[in-house]
Ligand binder design. Sequence first.
Ligand code: NAP
Length: 318
Amino acid sequence: MMSAENATTRSLILGCMGMGGTWDQNPVTLADETKAASALDAALESGITTFDHADIYSFGKAETVFGRLLATRPSLRQSIHIQSKTGVSLNAGVNGDTHYDLSRKYIVDQTLAILKRLQTDYLDTLLLHRPDPLMEGEEIAAAFEWLHTRGLVRFFGVSNMHLKHIRYITGQSHFPIVANQLQFSLGHRLLIESDILVNQAGVAPTASTDGLLAYCHDQEVVLQAWSPLDKGKYLQTDAEDATTLATILKVKEMAGRYQVPPEAILLAWLFAMPARVVPVVGTLNPSRIKACAMSLNVKLSRTDWYDLWITARGISLP
Ligand SMILES: NC(=O)c1ccc[n+]([C@@H]2O[C@H](COP(=O)([O-])OP(=O)(O)OC[C@H]3O[C@@H](n4cnc5c(N)ncnc54)[C@H](OP(=O)(O)O)[C@@H]3O)[C@@H](O)[C@H]2O)c1
């Protein structure tokens, strides 16, 4: 088992959902490219070398922008890890609804399109974005096999999946699932609370997260935490509700005491989990990216970890 308390195992991923500008069919702009380039540079300067994409981000434009940057810096590819996701099909339904599609054909076709947009020969990791109720393990296994044997994808993972989905997929395929990307942050704590507050009235329904944290820990599935900064909720100067305001003040006080930016406190809270958590930070602001990287060396005391948790809950533990 790996422990996130060992700082040498800590790492961050830069989420590229914001690259490529607006979610529409308009072309990529020079401003989009400039913004993406400064985020990429800030990440590299901070030691962040893994980049998270999805085929749907800005309708493919996030990958297009990143691909253009790669094309101008050919030597970069071998020193970074690129991850993308597929399986969510926007506007697929008759009314323009989103569908999920983990058929063999969809996974293979979308991955080929991802590689083309990113202007790369291979993905380090491909994640299945969300569970598809119509998914067949054999089809997923066949897609993995096809992509891996051609050298197009090195590793496979999932996102927003329950442990039963991971067990189902790994039961059909000989490829391990290396990561599960889930929403996880100080403000979105279902993974912890559904595990810990056993038989407790008033706790949110637990079925979808039950046992997931322990499973990822035991099986060494990296838990990639999306929206780890709660989109800046605890980094503001004010809030409408008392619990959020108290949490903002607590984060600020700890940031002063540990002499790091507040972003680092929020991420250090995630790093304290015994399971291997890798936050996928979504800011493209260079100074915020650098602030996030300061979390790699912050070890919160047990007292401070609990203090943050209880403050963000707004309710004492039973
Ligand atoms: N697997 C999934 O289903 C899934 C779902 C959502 C996201 N993701 C991945 O996770 C990544 C991160 O998600 P996220 O963007 O929701 O996470 P986040 O890191 O919690 O939030 C970052 C976003 O909040 C904004 N923000 C506003 N004020 C901020 C502040 N004071 N400090 C920091 N950020 C502030 C950032 O804008 P600025 O750029 O202006 O700083 C950015 O748009 C995405 O890029 C994507 O790769 C995955």
